[in-house]
Structures are given as structure tokens and as C-alpha cells.
Design a protein around this ligand. Structure first.
Ligand SMILES: Cc1ncc(COP(=O)(O)O)c(C=O)c1O
Length: 460
């Protein structure tokens, strides 16, 4: 190499950047220095890595890769690639499921609390924390669940997660082995299906009706099942509430067969006609229920905070699994949300959103009735942030959803919630994040989406 002085002179720049570049190249192993001989190019670098790949060679490599086809992954990894494209999730337009009214979130209060904790954070907020979560947050959650959801627990049983998706994943990892049988609702939450599928378990679809999951079917067909995933307060997506008889039957079955019940209580805060139904966990006398909840709908999804209530004897295993997954959730947001809960902002926000969603639900039901009353049949509109609109038999919900996505509308096809082909298609329409104008316009676009193109199938 030329000396740094000569090179700087040749390039007409100061010596500093040249010396900086030499140091960097030395640190990365491209240069070597020899006493008395100055700096040389390192001997250990093969010639061909020094020259950029010729365009032809690069093309050849690409062709080889293309011929070779997909590389070997695990069976679970391969199964994940079979999830079909979901164009209706590419936009945040009207009817996007699980989208709350973000523009009604009390952002000024949230920012104030965030500033309070981040201005001069104590060490506890910035250092590694407990895998189970930030203790004051867990205490606030335990209190809230006891008072509002009839959940019986102590703060030591609360495990804070990165949303309920992670809770389902951890539950599957701790409680189930590959090939274990898991009863899931049919139709049911695709996220749960994914979580149990990635754990390598065998899924048994159990039909739902107006009383929720058909527990007699579990008793009949799920004799060897190790777990049941269920949304008893507000069945996803159909909206039924599980009857008291079925709750007792399910709990008794779980005790008899030594199975676990994973209760997903994802949006029970929003019931319009009646008071919220108490949780299944609160009725459990054998510590068989793992209760899962989330702040995605009552706060906002990008917060990525959820929780689970773990039976006492399972706490060490769940804590270790959380530690092995991603150690713990951001302490800063846990601390901010603790204040949000403790200072009454949370309860106030839910009260306001309940009124707003009630109005939006009414607006959607009315718009469907007026514009598409002869096409869509509405079900499950008594609670939550979405309803299901059944399409006429013989109509492909996937095609309608695709057409709607092209018009900027996010309508999830009901068939995406089925493991087996459904007998009738439908659309899952979220109204939480849509204003009444968007609802009105959205229904017009839906109407066009049903009528346009080839939405007819013979298989339904
Ligand atoms: C049934 C159900 N469970 C859980 C969730 C929330 O998931 P997360 O907490 O991972 O955002 C949703 C959101 O769509 C849901 O519909």
C-alpha cells in the first residue's frame, strides 16, 4: 500500500480520512502491517473475494439457485409457507378486523405518561427485567381481571406477553408435544390455528352454534385431546356466548380427561346489550384453564402487550418458556400502561369506546340492511368490534374479499377461519376503526365487490 501521506497527497485530501480508512481496513482484516515494510494487502484474502462477482457469474449463481428449487426447511417451516396470500390485510380501509378507533385514542394523556417515564428513567426501566413482566403492571392486571372478568388469580400468576399471539405460542410450547390433539373452534381464530400448527400439534375442528363451541362433540370425538382452545365470552368470529351448561360440561370434561383449556378472552370489554360475561377461568376449580387476554383491541395493536393467567404450579415452566422466547416485554410500555390503568384513563377510554362502537355497529347493520339487505345476512352483532355477514350460497367469499381489497376495503373472508371447506361463505366486517362515512361508502364498495367479476363457486 502507498503510505498514508503519499495517498493523501495523491488524492488531494487531508491525511485524517486516509488514516481512518487504513484503520478500518486493518480492523476488518483486509490489510496487514509489517515492521519496517509498512502496510500490505492481507495474504489471507482469496483473490476471488477481492474482485466483485462478474455479472455473468452472478447470473449463473442465480440460475443454479432457481434450478435447485426451495431449500430444505423443517416440516413446520414448510407448512407455514402454505398459508395463502391475504390481500385484504394489505390495507387499513373500512372493515379491517381487530382495528380499534385509533383516532379516538387519548394520545395526549398517553404521551404525557410516556414522557413521565422516559424523561429520567430509573435503572429498572432500562435494565433486564423479570420474564413474567413488570410487577406493578402484573398487580394492576390481576386487580382488573378480578374486578371486571371474575378471574381468580394473584399477580404472581400473571405472565405479560407480546400480545395474545405469543401467549398462545407459549401455551402450546409448554403444554403440548408434536402430534398432540388440540380441539379448536370451527370456524375459529386463524392466529390460534397458526400457533398450534407451528407447535406441530394435530388440530380437531369442533363446530360452533348459537351456544358457542359444541362441547358434546369434544366429548364424543376429542377423547384423546390434550387441550381445547376456546373463545367463550365472544366466539371468534361468529359472536356466540358459550352457555352456562356448556361451560360446566367443558370444565368437567377437562378434569376427567386431564386436558387443558386455553381461554382466549380477546374483546370481552365490548358488550352492548348485556353485562360482560364472567370468564371460564373463574368457574374452574381444578386449575385447568389458561386464561389469555390482550391490550390490542382496548388500546392499540402495535403496543404488543397481552397477558396470560397461569395456574400456580405451571408458573416456573411458563416463566422459563417466556425467558427462552424473547426474555420479556418492553418495561417502559408496561410502566406507562400501569399508570394508564391506575389513574382511571383505561376505564374511561373503554366506556367511551363502548358507546362509539355501539353507534358504528348500528350504522353498519343499517347500511347493510338498506344497501345489501337482499344479499347479506348479519350475525353476531351484539358484542365486540366485528360482525359476520353471510353471503348467498354459491358465492366465493375469497373472491369477494379480493375484489373489495382492490377497492381499498379490508373484508376478511369467513372461509379463512375454517380448517375444512365451509358450507357457506361470508365476510368478517370490523367496524371499530371505521367512521360512519367510511361505513356507508364501504358498504357501497362491498356491494360492487359482490356483483363484479366471477364470485360464483359450485362447491358451496
Ligand atoms: C380471537 C383473537 N384473539 C386474539 C387477538 C389479538 O391478538 P394479539 O393480542 O396478538 O394482537 C385477536 C385479534 O385479532 C383475535 O381476534
Amino acid at each position: 500500500m502507498p503510505s498514508t501521506r503519499n495517498l493523501a497527497a495523491e488524492l488531494k485530501i487531508s491525511r485524517m480520512p486516509v488514516m481512518g480508512a487504513f484503520e478500518q481496513l486493518l480492523a476488518e482484516g483486509y490489510l496487514e502491517t509489517f515492521v519496517g515494510a509498512g502496510t500490505c494487502v492481507a495474504r489471507s484474502i482469496p483473490d476471488d473475494t477481492l474482485a466483485p462477482l462478474a455479472v455473468k457469474a452472478r447470473k449463473e449463481l442465480q440460475e443454479i439457485a432457481e434450478k435447485r428449487g426451495p431449500r430444505r426447511m423443517s416440516r413446520r417451516g414448510t407448512a407455514l409457507t402454505r398459508v395463502p396470500a391475504q390481500p385484504w390485510l394489505d390495507n387499513l380501509g373500512a372493515f379491517r378486523v381487530s382495528l380499534p378507533a385509533l383516532d379516538h385514542f387519548p394520545i395526549a394523556i398517553w404521551s404525557k405518561l410516556l414522557a413521565r417515564h422516559s424523561r429520567r428513567p430509573p435503572r429498572g426501566i432500562m435494565a433486564y427485567g423479570d420474564a413474567m413482566g413488570y410487577l406493578p403492571f402484573r398487580e394492576a392486571i390481576a386487580e382488573y381481571l378480578g374486578a371486571v372478568r371474575g378471574v381468580r388469580c394473584q399477580s404472581s400468576q400473571i405472565l405479560v406477553t407480546t400480545g395474545s399471539q405469543q401467549a398462545l405460542q407459549i401455551a402450546a410450547q409448554v403444554l403440548l408435544d408434536p402430534k398432540d390433539r388440540v380441539c379448536i373452534e370451527e370456524p375459529g381464530y386463524p392466529g390460534a390455528r397458526q400457533a398450534f400448527m407451528t407447535a406441530g400439534t394435530q388440530l380437531i375442528p369442533v363446530p360452533v352454534d348459537d351456544d358457542g363451541m359444541n362441547v358434546r362433540e369434544i366429548i364424543r370425538r376429542g377423547r384423546k385431546a390434550r387441550a381445547v382452545y376456546v373463545t367463550p365470552s365472544h366466539q371468534y368470529p361468529m359472536g356466540a356466548t358459550m352457555s352456562a351448561t356448556r361451560r360446566m360440561l367443558l370444565l368437567n370434561w377437562a378434569v376427567r380427561s386431564g386436558a387443558w383449556i386455553i381461554e382466549d378472552d380477546y374483546d370481552s370489554e365490548y358488550r352492548f346489550g348485556s353485562r360482560p360475561i364472567a370468564s371460564l377461568q373463574g368457574l374452574d376449580t381444578d386449575a385447568r384453564v389458561i386464561y389469555v387476554g390482550t391490550f390490542s383491541k382496548v388500546m392499540f395493536p402495535a403496543l404488543r402487550l397481552g397477558y396470560m393467567v397461569v395456574p400456580k404450579d405451571l408458573v416456573p415452566a411458563f416463566s422459563a418458556a417466556r425467558d427462552a422466547t424473547d426474555i420479556f416485554s418492553s418495561t417502559l410500555y408496561q410502566a406507562v400502561l400501569t399508570d394508564f390503568l391506575r389513574e382511571g384513563h383505561f376505564a374511561r377510554h373503554i366506556r367511551r369506546m363502548r358507546m362509539l362502537y355501539m353507534d358504528r355497529r348500528r350504522a353498519l347493520v343499517k347500511a347493510i340492511h338498506v344497501q345489501m339487505g337482499d344479499i347479506l345476512e348479519v350475525i353476531g352483532a351484539e358484542a365486540g368490534m366485528h360482525l359476520v355477514a353471510l353471503l348467498p350460497r354459491g358465492t366465493s367469499d375469497v373472491e369477494v374479499s379480493r375484489n373489495a381489497a382492490q377497492r381499498g376495503i379490508s373484508a376478511m373472508p369467513l372461509s379463512a377461519c375454517y380448517l375444512r371447506p365451509p358450507t357457506r361463505g361470508g365476510l368478517i366486517l370490523g367496524y371499530g376503526g371505521a367512521s360512519s362515512r367510511q361505513i356507508h361508502e364501504g358498504v357501497s364498495k362491498l356491494s360492487m365487490s359482490v356483483q363484479s367479476g366471477d364470485t360464483h363457486v359450485d362447491s358451496f
